[in-house]
Write a protein that binds this ligand. Sequence first.
Ligand SMILES: Nc1ncnc2c1ncn2[C@@H]1O[C@H](COP(=O)(O)OP(=O)(O)O)[C@@H](O)[C@H]1O
Ligand SMILES: [Mg+2]
Length: 250
Amino acid sequence: MGAAKLGVLNIAIAQINSQRSRLIMNPEPILQVSQLWKRVNSPDGLLELLKGVDLSIGSGESVAVVGASGSGKSTLLGLLAGLDTPSEGRVEIDGISLFDLDEDGRARLRGEKVGFVFQAFQLLPNFTALENVMLPLELAGRGDARRVAQEVLRRVGLEQRQHHYPKQLSGGEQQRVAVARAFAPRPKVLFADEPTGNLDQQTGSRVIDLLFQLNEDEGSTLVLVTHDTALARRCQRTLALVDGRVVASV
Ligand SMILES: Nc1ncnc2c1ncn2[C@@H]1O[C@H](COP(=O)(O)OP(=O)(O)O)[C@@H](O)[C@H]1O
Ligand SMILES: [Mg+2]
């Protein structure tokens, strides 16, 4: 091959490589947050829970949110998921501005794009495991809610428990139902706020493995609040909150 041709080939390869590393380094943002403030009135006066948070999270990323108790982690997660409204600022999920929507629009967007796993499971006590997982699918008008819910319950290893009520399940099993419920509609972003906080080490690690599996296999973005530094290291990125501000993003 002549020198000129080789030169062109090298340039093309360099271009492909730089594109590939850009794609790996900067996936399409799924969450974009600018100047997010949350203020609440309290008996002690005005409290600033979040003080101008800016961040961007790429599609498919796994991100740990760490910080001392009271630093604003749950407040931030609730706002990112559209469960709460900010005093100021903007959150975009998949290019849609959450707080330009009304409550109904936001609920619809949540149903389509967001899953949330809470520390305290928050299953509906009068619904079976299967009914809990079916609920978001039915709310989204899915005719195949039962089949999809059964499939996801199988995925989390609970096919034998689908007709049990939450109080008939162990903590770890309840949290796996909650993960199945959050994941069943195939959300683009899965939020988990200290999902192992009420579980023992071994049960907790099964729940965590499941969250990472869903993140890797399905390409869903994972935003995980945790106190566990080993767990934070398993995420691609860590955001550290101190007193309502993001102080480090590594
Ligand atoms: N609705 C509220 N009214 C008053 N204070 C609140 C409210 N929600 C949270 N807080 C306070 O805001 C701070 C941040 O809370 P939170 O986001 O739950 O922190 P974290 O999840 O990091 O422990 C805490 O000091 C908490 O007590
Ligand atoms: Mg919290």
